[in-house]
Write a protein that binds this ligand. Structure first.
Ligand SMILES: NC(=O)c1ccc[n+]([C@@H]2O[C@H](COP(=O)([O-])OP(=O)(O)OC[C@H]3O[C@@H](n4cnc5c(N)ncnc54)[C@H](OP(=O)(O)O)[C@@H]3O)[C@@H](O)[C@H]2O)c1
Length: 244
């Protein structure tokens, strides 16, 4: 079974990806700080279904210096890495003029530096194998303005620049690198948004609704599959036409 790492795989979009990729026959290694009841349940469901598997590994991506040791453990316990979904992220809001530097630093560390360093280690395994799939979870906020999310937007835009250049760098080795840019999806990250605000976003979207977790999961599942073997360096937007 091919191994796929899903960072932030314990809840929200990452949990859905872990479930979906296991259903597609991958052995998913979900990594987050805390194990959840839902990821344990998903692992049991994968065993019962007999297609794919889900393993959980606790790790805090703020600890950049420990990422090499994380990959040594992964190599020892699971073998080569076929796929990586850089999904873990934080969505701290704040007006830039009053935002603590510590909050800016944490956003950049978790949303930008950690995925870059994680990819550095994962791509080495893919280079040895001569194939691989990398999917970076960006956001429509990377290219549309949203007051109160300027730092978050900067981190999500960075992943798009990273995607395009890395796709060029590793393409000849049979590795694809793509980004998925979801619109607003209901998860714990966006739980603070009230119903009226959600309705406004839906009203402004071409399809007059919001995408859900499964819509994003299907995009990731496609990019991870053989069907996407000639798709690289792209950004797949899943936003029910919010930015159309
Ligand atoms: N929801 C949306 O509307 C939306 C839209 C566009 C893009 N996105 C992007 O999609 C991704 C997932 O978002 P979500 O809505 O599913 O968020 P979420 O429900 O808050 O889940 C975030 C995941 O990341 C993990 N995580 C956070 N900090 C971590 C750290 N320091 N080390 C390890 N794991 C960490 C969390 O687990 P622990 O807290 O246990 O570590 C959790 O598994 C993010 O990159 C987000 O920017 C979301």
């Amino acid at each position: 079974m091919r191994n796929v790492i899903v960072t932030g795989g314990s809840r929200g979009l990452g949990l859905g990806m872990a479930r979906g990729l296991a259903a597609s026959g991958f052995s998913v290694i979900a990594i987050a700080r805390s194990r959840t009841h839902e990821i344990d349940e998903a692992a049991q469901e994968a065993v019962a279904a007999g297609t794919g598997a889900i393993h959980f590994l606790p790790f805090d991506f703020a600890n950049l210096d420990d990422i090499p040791a994380l990959f040594a453990t992964l190599r020892e316990q699971h073998g080569p890495i076929y796929g990586l979904v850089n999904n873990a992220g934080i969505g701290t809001e704040g007006v830039l003029a009053t935002m603590d530097v510590s909050k800016i630093e944490a956003l950049v560390r978790i949303n930008t530096i950690a995925p870059l360093v994680v990819t550095k280690h994962a791509v080495r395994s893919m280079m040895s194998a001569g194939n691989g799939r990398i999917v970076n979870i960006s956001s429509i906020i990377a290219s549309t303005g949203y007051s109160g999310l300027s730092v978050y937007a900067a981190t999500k835009a960075s992943l798009i620049g990273f995607t395009k250049s890395l796709a060029r760098e590793v393409g000849t080795l049979g590795i694809t690198v793509n980004a998925v840019a979801p619109g607003f999806v209901e998860t714990s990250m966006t739980g603070g948004m009230d119903e009226a605000h959600r309705a406004t976003i839906a009203r402004r979207s071409a399809l007059r609704r919001l995408p859900d977790v499964d819509d994003v999961v299907h995009a990731v599942d496609y990019l991870m599959s053989e069907r996407a073997r000639n798709v690289t360096g792209t950004v797949l937007t899943v936003d029910a036409g919010n930015t159309a």
